[in-house]
Design a protein around this ligand. Structure first.
Ligand code: EPU
Length: 421
């Protein structure tokens, strides 16, 4: 299994470019199923989760032509709506195929999606199921492992999400796009990836208003077209690089990003003494002469503090003076990784599964570690880059799932990081 070997403490500087957003690409790719016309995607991140999405599509009968970060997807030849369990089990993003398949074929069979084990109960899909029922679909479930969803005819719905969910919002929005009539979704998630998906569908003939707010209205069409879409910059990658620069006290310019999408993080960084300036698509991180201050955070749905940035932020707090309470409100198991940071020398007290206290500043020391999931993985890389000595990070498939050619981009900043097969 490949691993990263990182010798920490190198001076980092220069420019780093942000890739297209994983969590936008993973929705736009299945959205291709909603139209029989070809879709051209650009600024696509070349990451493992995107490859897994292509495997699912090809298995369903789609044709894919790749040319670097530009890909053409044709789904006119799609000939089945049953997802291959071996493929769907590999990543949580497989859940995004259900809505479009149901809308197009009025039937979909799929296994419970796999992915990062960061929530209790194996990442539930109850909201999705309840949502499809609101469209008139019937659900047959085999002991929570395999599902068959079917409808004679789907009708528009007025649905209130009992819990805010990004993927459930996107899934219902996609299904409603080709169900004629007015669907109203309330208590929706507001992440920029949802707005991007609606913008794409609207340019192809869909009539969606309100995406990015809690209420989304979809005037469903018999059919929609397809065309070109440039994947928006990855806000989690942007935030991770910003935090890396702050933790390493490095002058780094982050390019091809949208600072608006990480405003909550940037506001906190200003307060704790991190210096930077921003433009429309860049962030310049500057060196600071004063110590970094600790600051509590509580993760929250967008535009609150992103749960996906919690782990890099914990690393940053090991370098700050004082005590920071980190309250993870979205997932049950997303703080367990901090045990590895403690092994590196961090002073972290776990209060309960949702809260840790970080006491800083502390020196971190290189260790042999294992990346438990994607976001913990990038946090360990950041920790290793600022630590004394050599760190080995195993199971980096988990990092490759979401970060394209990470070691090459970090080496260009001066990092001593190597991939060993
Ligand atoms: N939830 C349910 N039932 C459902 C769906 C979700 O109880 O049917 C719960 C989850 O267990 C969790 C909460 O609702 O406690 C929020 O989960 P949400 O559905 O919003 O998360 P998600 O849609 O599964 C997306 C991203 C995650 C990101 C979260 C929160 C994708 C593919 N995934 O997940 O990204 O952390 O929103 O912003 O878009 C990552 O990229 O590493 C990642 C985990």
């Amino acid at each position: 299994m490949p691993k990263f070997i990182i010798n920490g403490g190198r001076t980092l500087s220069g420019k780093i470019s942000v890739s297209g957003a994983k969590n936008s690409a993973l929705k736009i790719i299945p959205a291709a199923i909603l139209s029989k016309q070809p879709i051209t995607l650009s600024n696509l991140p070349i990451i493992e989760d995107v490859e897994r999405s292509f495997e699912v599509l090809v298995d369903l009968g789609a044709k894919i032509s790749k040319n670097g970060q530009e890909v053409i997807i044709e789904t006119a030849s799609l000939n089945k709506s049953e997802m291959n369990p071996k493929l769907a089990d590999k990543f949580r993003g497989s859940v995004m195929f259900i809505g479009p398949l149901l809308a197009r074929f009025k039937e979909v069979k799929f296994p419970h999606p796999g992915g990062c084990v960061i929530g209790a109960g194996g990442r539930p899909i109850d909201l999705f199921l309840e949502g499809y029922q609101a469209f008139g679909a019937e659900i047959k479930e085999e002991s929570g492992k395999f599902y068959n969803i079917k409808a004679e005819k789907l009708h528009p719905a007025h649905y209130f999400f009992p819990l805010v969910s990004v993927t459930a919002t996107e899934s219902m929005m996609m299904t409603a796009t080709i169900i004629p009539g007015t669907t109203i979704l309330q208590n929706c998630a507001m992440e920029p990836e949802i707005e991007a998906l609606a913008n794409y569908l609207n340019t192809q003939g869909a009539k969606i208003t309100g995406a990015g707010t809690p209420t989304i209205t979809i005037e469903g069409q018999e059919e929609i077209g397809a065309g070109k879409f440039a994947v928006i910059p990855d806000r989690i990658e942007t935030g991770s690089f910003v935090i890396l620069a702050a933790a390493a006290n490095a002058e780094i310019e982050i390019e091809n990003c949208n600072p608006e999408h990480i405003m909550t993080l940037l506001k906190i960084l200003k307060k704790i003494g991190v210096n930077f300036s921003t433009g429309p698509d860049w962030i310049k991180m500057e060196k600071r002469q004063t110590p970094l201050l600790s600051h509590d955070i509580k993760t929250h749905e967008y535009p609150g503090f992103a749960t996906d940035l919690q782990s890099p932020y914990v690393v940053l707090m090991t370098q700050a003076t004082g005590t920071a309470l980190i309250h993870e409100t979205i997932y049950d198991r997303r703080l367990l990784w901090t045990d590895m940071l403690s092994q590196m020398g961090a002073q972290i007290t776990m209060c309960d599964p949702h809260r840790v206290v970080v006491q800083g500043p502390t020196r971190l020391y290189g260790k042999r570690l294992m990346s438990p999931d994607l976001r913990a993985g990038i946090a360990l890389v950041i920790a290793a880059l600022i630590a004394d000595g050599r760190t080995e990070i195993d199971n980096i498939y988990q990092i490759d799932r979401g970060y394209e050619k990470l070691e090459e981009r970090l080496r260009a900043l001066g990092a001593d990081i190597e991939r060993v097969e």
